[in-house]
Write a protein that binds this ligand. Structure first.
Ligand SMILES: [Zn+2]
Length: 224
């Protein structure tokens, strides 16, 4: 209902076909994109010779290119109305995988206070909320950053793993986490997702599956 009211007040055209009132991505274009999504790889971390990850697997709505890249960039620059179509594509990419549809919690990669102040929200959390609603699962809000890190996108592949290792932890009351779906907007090396997954597993999660809007790889790798 709220979405409909927002549409009337601030009509947003479809990013793909330009149809007015397309809410960022109209139903027709969403269906077309959903039929082509579901890029899925069992393990990551191999793109730059990184270590094997401790999450069980990941799924992405698509590669970080074209429309998905455009929507992610807009979502990250405070255009929150791209969260619903991206979340629907992400859930479509999860298919019938029980690791996703039967998870106990949906969690998200936490952001820093500075970043949240800049954007007004954490894009990963906005996506996670939508994903959780689609899956009918609760959100777990207890994952937090426990120390400062450098911006990952300014670092070479190997340094990204060192930068975020041990940088996340679970705060607050301990709950039996069971199987967790960890949501983020983009995954590159998988280092951040791995550090988050490790924190969740250390706090009693049985398994962590990663779900992202877009998957990309570094187009250059440091010398080993
Ligand atoms: Zn459209």
């Amino acid at each position: 209902m709220l979405d409909e009211i927002i549409d009337l007040v601030y009509p947003v055209s479809c990013i793909a076909c330009g149809r007015a009132g397309g809410r960022g991505l109209c139903g027709h274009c969403l269906a077309g994109l959903a039929s082509r999504c579901a890029l899925w790889v069992t393990q990551s971390g191999d793109d730059c010779g990184g270590p094997a990850t401790c999450f069980s697997g990941y799924r992405a709505a698509g590669e970080y290119s074209g429309l998905i890249r455009e929507m992610v960039l807009k979502l990250k620059s405070s255009a929150g109305y791209y969260a619903p179509p991206l979340a629907r594509l992400m859930v479509a990419s999860a298919g019938n995988d029980p690791g996703y549809i039967s998870c106990d919690y949906v969690c998200y990669v936490p952001s820093t206070r500075e970043k949240i102040a800049q954007r007004g929200y954490n894009p990963a959390k906005v996506l996670a909320r939508r994903v959780a609603r689609h899956l009918g699962r609760p959100i777990f809000d207890g994952l937090a950053k426990t120390r400062m890190t450098l911006e990952q996108d300014r670092l070479a592949g190997a340094s990204r793993w060192e930068n975020v290792a041990g940088a996340f932890g679970v705060t607050g009351e301990r709950v039996p986490l069971g199987s967790v779906v960890l949501v983020d907007d983009v995954m590159t090396t998988g280092a951040t997702a791995d550090a988050c997954a490790r924190a969740l597993l250390d706090s009693g999660a049985d398994a962590v599956q990663v779900l992202v809007a877009a998957r990309t790889v570094l187009n250059w790798c440091p010398a080993p």
